[in-house]
Design a protein around this ligand. Structure first.
Ligand SMILES: Cc1cc2nc3c(=O)[nH]c(=O)nc-3n(C[C@H](O)[C@H](O)[C@H](O)COP(=O)(O)OP(=O)(O)OC[C@H]3O[C@@H](n4cnc5c(N)ncnc54)[C@H](O)[C@@H]3O)c2cc1C
Ligand code: SF4
Length: 533
């Protein structure tokens, strides 16, 4: 079955691949139920030393960069960062819930008038996730204020923490938006402003988004959920790459892994396997494991890739925008979520998305990443910038996909992920509408120039193993189990049938808690399924 050079590395109740929002929440949920859980992670623990806030180390020299590229058609290859805790370690900590209507987007945006529209309903509703959103907010210590977000879904309790007061740039943005009749509110953030749990409180620096937090005040998974899972008995194995799953008689019988440092191969076995390697790496792993041949859903693995149609509008003001040089990614505007300000979700119009304040990047990052002379001009005017992020809904399209590259291999000999993605005219239209609204707010705040810049990254990738009611249209069932492989689950952002227009992490976390609770509650059935194989 396996070659003799693959060492047997033991048997567990559950093996989880990846320590991002999906994998960490799942590991915690399973270990709380008393299961023996092994968590495989190809990255390593982050160094909480001076290098964490060093632009050169993190963004220019790319200290945590993977050796395995993702090849993107029409763009340069991407080398993601690899860390225990996944992207949570370097993320911006914005922690919003999806809107209630996001779960029935297919029905609300009638297909009668636009037959080509690909939006679908989720097989679950917001109410199914609501308790888990609450639990995720508790685990991540989200600081927010309920009742001010005009499209906020119902919630059964307040946020666990209170946000910090606005800094100058956030105050300028919020005042300008309010003057235009909008309803800005404090962006919910998974940041420890109050020193929760005896940990160091946030010192409100300017190296948050894109950077690890040196003092552990960002409530990333490596300082919150994973330590708790480990305390309860989960075994987290850094630098362990899941190479492929062995599928025998319709069940996963083992995971072949490779040690990222020694290149030694080893095999782990379990009753249940949870893949949570991120929306690009997870479909690649499933395809490397031969699951593309599954009937009838294997052909859907990797398809419907979404990444939000996002962009930045940089306002340039005559005055210095942040003289105190304080953290200021603090404001959100959701008035345009369903189209023009105040539009109802069922108004039969295209939905747009959210606008959020954005941390101004370090000068060294601009000069090293933007083409000459744009980077130099940007760096020279940086103290006068007021930037916002526009996050637009994007359509699920089967042609936007993750496949395996036909020839390119990484240093471990794995076929690398090959990504194909194009936005539709609808996606670009939604982003354009948000750009215009954001520019109006920035002009109101005093911006003399307003510069738009699309975001080309896949940092919000979702949708590549979507869940649904039926295998003819989905890879996963409503409990995120792969149709046709009863002991295999996928719980990273791949599961999402539509992207919504809020940053995805809290939804991925809440869903993993939901699925983890389901697996734990029905553990004897899960085990029986494996024994029957
Ligand atoms: C710079 C940046 C800022 C962001 N800011 C925000 C924000 O403010 N708010 C928000 O909601 N979202 C934000 N996001 C997006 C958010 O981080 C992601 O949506 C989220 O982390 C996805 O979680 P996940 O569980 O799907 O996967 P990931 O976080 O990608 O975790 C997957 C993990 O699996 C590991 N892995 C991959 N392949 C293998 C393998 N074969 N074997 C073992 N391990 C493997 C990876 O190393 C990684 O640790 C941001 C992203 C970036 C990059
Ligand atoms: S702003 Fe706060 S949470 Fe973010 S990196 Fe700085 S200290 Fe850490």
């Amino acid at each position: 079955m396996t070659s003799p050079d693959v060492r047997d590395a033991g048997r567990w109740d559950a093996v989880v691949v990846g320590t991002g929002f999906g994998g960490s929440m799942m590991a915690l949920q399973l270990v709380r139920a008393g299961l023996r859980v092994l968590v495989l992670e190809r990255g390593r623990w982050v160094d909480r030393d001076d290098s964490a806030w060093d632009t050169r180390a993190v963004l220019v020299d790319r200290k945590y960069r993977s050796v395995a590229p993702v090849v993107v058609a029409g763009l340069k290859p991407i080398y993601p960062d690899e860390l225990v805790g996944g992207n949570s370690v370097i993320y911006g900590a914005a922690s919003l819930r999806m809107r209630e209507a996001d779960f029935t987007m297919g029905s609300l945006l009638s297909t009668a008038t636009r037959p080509e529209r690909a939006f679908v309903d989720w097989p679950i509703r917001y109410a199914d996730l609501e308790p888990y959103y609450g639990e995720a907010e508790q685990l991540l210590g989200v600081a927010g204020v309920a009742g001010q977000d005009p499209t906020e879904p119902p919630r059964s309790g307040p946020h666990p923490e209170t946000p910090a007061p606005y800094g100058s740039p956030a105050r300028a943005l919020a005042d300008a938006a309010a003057a235009r009749g909008l309803h800005p509110f404090p962006l919910p953030l998974a940041i420890n402003f109050a020193g929760r749990g005896g940990r160091a409180p946030c010192i409100q620096c300017l190296t948050c988004d894109l950077f690890p937090c040196k003092i552990g005040a960002k409530n990333d998974l490596a300082v919150t959920v994973l330590p708790e899972a480990i305390r309860r008995g989960a075994f987290v194995r850094p630098r362990a790459i899941a190479e492929r799953l062995l599928v025998e008689r319709g069940r996963v019988a083992g995971a072949v892994c490779v040690d990222a440092d020694t290149h030694e191969r080893f095999m782990v076995r379990a009753d249940a396997y949870v893949v949570s390697a991120g929306a690009i790496a997870s479909p690649a792993l499933l395809l490397r494991s031969g699951l593309g041949a599954l009937e009838p859903n294997g052909r859907l693995i990797g398809r419907y890739l979404m990444r939000h149609c996002s962009g930045i509008v940089v306002g340039i003001l005559l005055r210095r925008t942040n003289p105190e040089r304080r953290f200021h990614k603090q404001v959100a505007i959701t008035d345009f979520y369903f189209g023009p300000a105040g539009a109802a979700p069922d108004a039969g119009r295209d939905w747009w998305g959210t606008i959020q304040s954005l941390q101004v990047p370090p000068a060294e990052y601009l000069t090293s990443h933007a083409p000459f002379p744009i980077g130099q001009i940007g760096a020279a005017t940086l103290e006068h910038h007021l930037s916002v992020l526009c996050v637009a809904h994007d359509e699920p399209n089967p042609d936007n996909r993750v496949a395996l590259h036909p020839t390119r291999r990484d240093p471990y000999g794995h076929e690398v992920a090959h990504v194909f993605h194009r936005y539709s005219a609808r996606d670009r239209g939604a982003r354009r509408a948000l750009y215009c609204e954001a520019a109006r707010v920035l002009r109101q705040a005093g911006a003399r120039l307003r510069i738009r810049k699309p975001i080309a990254t896949f940092s919000h990738a979702v949708g590549t193993c979507r869940m649904g009611e039926h295998p003819s249209g989905a890879v996963l069932d409503p409990w995120c189990r792969v149709f046709g492989v009863p002991n295999l689950y996928v719980v990273d952002g791949s599961f999402m049938p539509t992207s919504g227009a809020v940053n995805p992490s809290l939804t991925i976390a809440a869903n993993a808690l939901r699925v983890g609770a389901h697996i734990s509650a029905g553990w004897s059935t899960v085990r029986r399924r494996t024994e029957m194989a």
